[in-house]
Ligand binder design. Structure first.
Ligand SMILES: NC(=O)c1ccc[n+]([C@@H]2O[C@H](COP(=O)([O-])OP(=O)(O)OC[C@H]3O[C@@H](n4cnc5c(N)ncnc54)[C@H](O)[C@@H]3O)[C@@H](O)[C@H]2O)c1
Length: 323
């Protein structure tokens, strides 16, 4: 396939190199001349194990080149992948100006193209951004309807810096956010070599999956650190404790307790969380993650109460009385 990759940052450089390794032809697009020149000189624009030889080989074989001209890139390819940055603004909100600018550029190029084009978003964007902002920007510039006149999909990236090439070929999961069937068919052919069956959902769900993944990873790191701190303060080996926790694949590293629903309760979890937090206070260790778990649980109980109370019903039936 002939593919244009917009944004030669971490994600774009790795994506472009791996696509070339898989036999595709890639035009990499960036507004940064230094990165464009580096690619055209066969050099990797970022330091990442294994990337430099892939870029050198792809440029030498004529499969990879870079440009700052988006229109030419769209016209010489059949599918564009957007990998530009989506940084935080000072107030924490997501700055989508680069993805919207690129969507507008690609849309303008599509307007002047006769063959069908496909646009795939890989940048991390909040749920609803494709439907509410990116697709309208593409349609406005292209003068057409997404899904009918050109293809669109959202394909979140889960790579980790420093192991990104290995992650590209061995992903935990592949998720496609779908608008039209033929863009999904193109994406399926791109990942066929990887051997992981993609999960196809609507675009907003795919956007939500990316944020949920990252929030989960952040929560895991902070939980492990907090347990490590409590253990250290009690002269216990926190590494061993967490290693044993992770060895339980039935209740701990498993889907158990990971379904949205009602609050936790029963005779153990609230009592034991309270005691662990009290113990941590006595050794001057802060436990914001455990504290938040208790607060979140109280809020969940309140939500449930208000959901019931707001029905106005006076006679209630309870299904399930295990606790
Ligand atoms: N870095 C990671 O590990 C990682 C992993 C998964 C997802 N992501 C997400 O992928 C996206 C890209 O991340 P990154 O780390 O590769 O970003 P980056 O900042 O390293 O690179 C972004 C590139 O986009 C270019 N760019 C900006 N505007 C452009 C335009 N109009 N046309 C062409 N190029 C333009 C910039 O010059 C830059 O080279 C972000 O949304 C990020 O959240 C990153």
């Amino acid at each position: 396939m002939r593919i244009s990759v917009f944004g030669i940052g971490y994600v774009g450089a790795v994506t472009a190199a791996c696509l070339c390794k898989d036999g595709h032809h890639v035009v990499a697009v960036d507004v940064n001349d230094v990165k464009v020149n580096e690619i055209n000189d066969g050099l990797a624009p970022i330091a990442e194990p294994g990337l430099a030889p892939l870029i050198a080989e792809a440029v030498a074989s004529g499969q990879l080149r870079a440009t700052d001209r988006s229109e030419e890139a769209v016209h010489t390819t059949e599918l564009s992948i957007i990998c530009v940055g989506t940084p935080s603004r000072l107030n924490g909100s997501l700055d989508t100006r680069y993805v919207l600018k690129v969507a507008e550029e690609i849309g303008t190029a599509i307007a002047a193209k006769t063959e069908r084009h496909h646009v795939v978003m890989r940048s991390t964007i909040l749920p609803g951004t494709m439907v509410e902002s990116v697709i309208p920007a593409l349609e406005c510039a292209a003068g057409g309807v997404a899904g009918r006149d050109f293809g669109v999909a959202y394909y979140p990236e889960f790579l980790r810096e420093s192991t990104s090439i290995a992650d590209y070929y061995d992903p935990g999961t592949i998720v496609f956010g779908k608008l039209d069937e033929d863009t999904i068919t193109k994406l399926r052919s791109l990942v066929a070599r990887i051997g992981v069956e993609p999960i196809v959902v609507d675009m907003t769900t795919a956007e939500a999956v990316k944020y949920t993944n990252n929030a989960w990873h952040a929560l895991k790191v902070s939980f492990a650190n907090e347990i490590g701190n409590v253990c250290k303060g009690s002269r216990i080996d926190g590494h061993e404790v967490m290693r044993i926790l992770c060895s339980d694949k039935r209740l701990n590293i498993s889907p158990a307790y990971l379904m949205p629903g009602f609050a936790f309760g029963g005779s153990c979890l609230p009592k034991d969380l309270r005691a662990l937090r009290y113990k941590a206070r006595t050794i001057d260790v802060a436990t914001p993650v455990l504290d938040a778990a208790m607060t979140a649980n109280e809020i969940q109980l309140d939500r449930a109460f208000h959901m019931v109370a707001s029905t106005g019903a006076r006679r209630l039936g309870l299904l399930g009385l295990s606790f």
